[in-house]
Design a protein around this ligand. Structure first.
Ligand code: CTP
Length: 222
């Protein structure tokens, strides 16, 4: 029983969580509503299965998570750099973070004063972390689970992302709902692989959803 429970004993698992914050000036940022709770729950589930777990998060977990190595980041670029450092040698990557797709073209070193008229903020694209890690070979040998944040055509959009980002599994959630997903303690997700739907997980606490996702990963690693 004990050996079964600790099926990830000796393995390293990396989880990302939270919404990155892309600075405009010392007090303002471009960000999103991701709370980091889904990633935290995945890290807890991986650690409970015996994995040496690293949580790279743009949302500091409260309270502190026992037995999990927490690496705090702010921006997409910092999350990318942290992954380059922590991913080598990992067995599983679960990319639950809501990474900003755009950042301010320049960050002001001083607080920008208000003017009297409208203010136009120019944004530039960030790098797609999953695609970049794939292209550079850093993900070779790592089982990669991506997440898809969608408000419509959930399964079709998730499937397209699974292919574009070369994922083993993708977990899609409806971020337009207030009773699940971003900020909520609950989630309801569909898990897909290259062939289509693997499982639909009904609305449940994120810790239960995380355990169910990890159980699916386990069947794939056998
Ligand atoms: N992701 C990433 N790098 C980015 C943006 C997203 O690695 N710059 C990852 C996320 O962590 C997630 C997956 O890609 O695991 C899908 O993220 P999502 O926000 O759903 O999709 P995007 O690729 O950003 O596409 P869109 O915003 O157009 O839906």
């Amino acid at each position: 029983m004990a050996a079964e429970a600790y099926w990830l004993d000796g393995a390293r698992v990396v989880v990302t969580a939270g919404g990155t914050r892309e600075p405009i000036d010392p007090v303002r940022y471009v960000g999103n509503r991701s709370s980091g709770k889904m990633g935290n729950a995945l890290a807890v589930a991986a650690a409970a299965a015996g994995a040496h777990t690293t949580l790279i998060t743009a949302a500091q977990p409260e309270p502190a998570l026992e037995g999990i190595e927490v690496v705090g980041v702010d921006t997409a670029a910092q999350m990318h750099a942290a992954l380059l450092e922590w991913l080598p040698g990992a067995r599983i990557l679960m990319m639950a973070a809501a990474v900003a797709d755009y950042r301010p073209g320049r960050t002001s070193p001083v607080k920008i004063k208000k003017g009297s008229g409208p203010w136009t903020l120019e944004l530039e694209p960030t790098e797609d972390i999953l695609q970049s890690l794939h292209a550079s070979g850093v993900r070779d040998g790592v089982f990669v689970v991506g997440f898809a944040a969608e408000t419509g055509d959930l399964e079709a959009n998730a499937h397209a992302k699974l292919h574009a980002k070369h994922l083993d599994l993708i977990v899609v959630n409806d971020v337009g709902r207030s009773d699940i997903a971003m900020g909520s303690d609950y989630n309801e997700v569909t898990v897909l692989d290259e062939h289509g739907v693997v499982d639909r997980l009904a609305r449940a606490p994120k810790h239960d959803i995380a355990a169910a996702i990890l159980a699916i990963v386990r069947t794939r690693l056998r």
